[in-house]
Design a protein. Structure first.
Lengths: 388, 348
């Protein structure tokens, strides 16, 4: 896993806001979110129910249904020319990407980008696969719609190839979805999503409904496919423990805001936001000494009545007076820019973060340059104003 | 394992077969949902039943709650045999209570908390002089405080975690000795799950309840339980003290389950061996050990004979032929420490 700073951009989301409904009754499901996904990067989006993580994904893929409305912000997809694969910097002439505005482009552009560039895997495979069509037909439909030049023979060959890619034998092309096990259905979903060699796979809770052994199988396969095919993944889940193992970068959402973003291991071992800290202390580990964990006091907020200021302040053990009144700024912490961000007053200016939120950032797994001293959080810079 | 006191609830060889009439199974088939399960629940202890979907863990909790009638086997409550031919009587229901998985479905939406918690008190004649005060007391016992604020609320006004607390309070109303909790946190948001688990631990310690905790999450089982029982395809494959089962799993299925569980503390990325296949059909389960078609260590005997529960350590048994010295030819496999198969994280 390389750090995200050297990657070329693939998706850039800026200040994205999505409401459900209009006017005073509107629920702000996504509220001013910035997020970048680099080429070949696995970004995990963690949050509890109602945090807006799925809404964010549906907005950028333009799959949002009424009463969902995108009320602001931008989402840009960078369409790189074929053959410039590999997320890291390469030698030779600099390829130039085509920028696609995902939020305002018209349907025909979106139709071209969606699936062939950005593909989505939904949570419930049983409800996402047409029950009256065979697996082969499902794949064939996609190829027919998006690659009209492909003949029936080549389509059939490609369908078999796709099933093989996800570890299902080709004779399953004649099966109906109900004849497959839950794990196999989810694999068919992944095969379908990969049919047009997309550069970004958006996965919305793809393994939540599966048993843990099958989940592990599918994740291992997914990571294997990613390293072979080089696509990026936006992996949406409520299960932070999962993300720590598979993601390069993790973004944590709470009440529609992106409250913290950091490299996966840094986020787990050295969280900066009190909510992230609480989350990392919400699932017991299989190893290490027994310790009593508390989870987080209170409950996730009702989005119709989001607390003022920082939405987490009623549950926060370290809340300051300012937290109840003013929205916290989006702070960039540490050395390299965009490495980690946090929306929390505790890290701003004269305030002092408690020791729990100032643990030294762990060194990356691969390159173990054990420089514990250089990872202070001093010098936080204000990234954007706290206007809401 | 040394135990204080005698078991409150015991199951001996309890078995449940469901008749499947659906044409999907061809001729009317039999679903072998739970097979020959024995366990004892002791006061002041939590026993976790861990398994994947279809392992029979929920069937087991319903057999113990007596919402299902067992096909074979017997139950003993406080040492007294339970007459399984008659429906559960009020005394049994009072002693053994079931907490359901989904607090969004298990509370009647048209009644307020006061009604929901008063009913069991009234039915069992436990309300005392001041019914409302008894209800408030129940709310305090599940840490819904200030209780006066919660007593008049309706389920829809409560969050998932609060609802699950009400549902636990409803069980506590009848002063049970055994609490059967079937996946009590799986429907809840991550940040509030531990609150419920800690509440169960608290009830165990403070009120000496015997708790059965049914879960698919072995990490939470290690956190809460004293004893872990692992089920696979309707059978018990391993039972032992929670830490021993997690640190020294003796059954290949337990090892598979542990290596598949997400574990952020782990730095070992290569330990996942993969698993051929998925759990079997319970209509026609494999002969012998039900895990043998997927087992990397399967021997000839595994496909013909069902393994007995063999001791592998202090209070720790595994239903696996690998631990039978006679079968493996007395190799070091039967060491009682199960150190032949180490899960990840145990090798370093």
């Amino acid at each position: 896993m390389t750090t995200s700073t050297t990657r070329r951009p693939l998706l850039r989301i800026r200040n994205l806001s999505v409401d459900y409904g209009f006017g005073d009754d509107a629920v702000h499901a996504v509220d001013g979110v910035d997020l970048d996904i680099g080429r070949g990067e696995v970004v995990g989006l963690a949050g509890e129910s109602g945090s807006g993580k799925s809404t964010l994904a549906y907005a950028v893929t333009r799959l949002l249904r009424e009463p969902g409305v995108i009320v602001g912000g931008e989402a840009t997809y960078f369409e790189w020319p074929e053959g410039t694969d590999g997320g890291d910097e390469t030698s030779g002439a600099q390829p130039v990407p085509v920028e696609v505005d995902l939020l305002s482009s018209d349907r025909s552009v979106i139709h071209r980008v969606r699936w062939s560039q950005i593909a989505v895997v939904f949570q419930s495979a049983l409800h996402s696969l047409n029950p009256v069509l065979r697996v082969g037909t499902l794949i064939d439909d996609v190829l027919q719609a998006h690659e009209p030049s492909m003949g029936p023979k080549r389509r059939r060959a490609r369908a078999a190839e796709l099933l093989d890619l996800v570890g299902i034998s080709a004779d399953r092309l004649r099966s109906y979805p109900h004849e497959l096990s839950g794990g196999m259905r989810q694999r068919v979903m992944i095969a379908l999503a990969l049919a047009l060699r997309p550069r970004l796979l958006v996965m919305d809770e793809p393994t939540t409904a599966l048993d843990v052994v099958i989940q592990r199988e599918i994740l291992t396969e997914l990571m294997d496919l990613r390293s072979r095919l080089g696509f990026s993944v936006l992996f949406i889940t409520h299960d932070l423990s999962l993300l720590i193992e598979i993601a390069d970068t993790i973004a944590v959402m709470y009440a529609g805001r992106l409250v913290e973003k950091a490299p996966a291991r840094a986020l787990f071992h050295a969280p900066r936001h009190p909510y992230t800290y609480g989350l990392t202390h919400s699932f017991p580990s299989l190893h290490g000494p027994h310790r009593t964990m508390a989870g987080i006091e209170g409950s996730p907020p009702d989005l119709r009545r989001v607390p003022s200021g920082c939405p987490f302040h009623p549950r926060c053990a370290w809340a300051l007076d300012i937290c109840a009144t003013q929205r916290p700024p989006d702070l960039e912490l540490g050395g390299s820019p965009a490495a980690r961000r946090v929306q929390c007053w505790l890290h701003e200016g004269e305030h002092h973060a408690p020791a729990e939120l100032a643990a030294p950032t762990p060194a990356p797994l691969a390159a173990s340059t054990n420089g514990g001293a250089s990872t202070r959080t001093a010098g936080a810079t204000v990234h954007s104003g706290g206007a809401s | 394992m040394t135990r204080e006191g005698s078991p409150l609830l015991e199951a001996v060889g309890i078995t449940k077969h469901f008749r499947a009439r659906s044409s999907r199974f061809g001729r009317s088939g039999i679903v072998h949902a739970a097979e020959d399960i024995s366990l004892s629940l002791y006061p002041g202890s939590v026993t976790a039943v861990v398994g994947e979907s279809g392992s029979g863990k929920s069937t087991l909790s319903r057999l113990l709650a007596r919402t299902h009638k067992p096909t074979a086997g017997s139950l003993r409550l406080r040492g007294e045999p339970v007459d399984l031919h008659r429906p559960a009587d009020r005394a049994y229901r009072r002693a053994v209570q079931l907490v359901l998985q989904d607090p969004f479905a298990s509370l009647n939406p048209v009644h307020d908390v006061n009604y929901i918690l008063s009913r069991p008190l009234q039915i069992h004649g436990l309300g005392g002089r001041d019914l409302r005060e008894s209800v408030l007391d129940l709310l305090r016992r599940v840490s819904l405080e200030p209780a006066e604020q919660f007593i008049d609320k309706y389920p829809h006004e409560l969050s998932g975690g609060q609802r699950q607390r009400v549902s636990i309070a409803r069980c506590l109303a009848v002063r049970p000795q055994v609490l059967l909790a079937d996946e009590p946190v799986s429907m809840l948001d991550v940040s509030i799950r531990l609150g419920i688990l800690n509440l169960l631990a608290d009830l165990r310690d403070r009120e000496q309840l015997a708790i059965l905790y049914v879960t698919h999450d072995i990490a939470s089982a290690r956190y809460l339980a004293d004893t872990i029982m692992v089920m696979y395809a309707g059978r018990v494959v391993e039972v032992g003290p929670a830490d021993r089962v997690v640190n020294h799993p003796a059954h290949p299925y337990t090892q598979l389950l542990l290596s598949a569980a997400p574990d952020p503390e782990s730095t070992d990325q290569d330990s996942w061996r993969g698993s051929a296949g998925s759990p079997p059909s319970l209509v026609s389960p494999p002969s012998g050990c039900r895990f043998h078609p997927r087992c990397p260590f399967a021997m000839a005997i595994c496909s013909t004979d069902n393994p007995p529960q063999l001791p592998v350590g202090e209070g720790h048994v595994a239903a696996c032929w690998l631990h039978d010295a006679g079968v493996t030819g007395g190799t070091h496999r039967h060491t009682g420490d199960a150190d032949v198969f180490m899960p990840r994280g145990e090798r370093g």
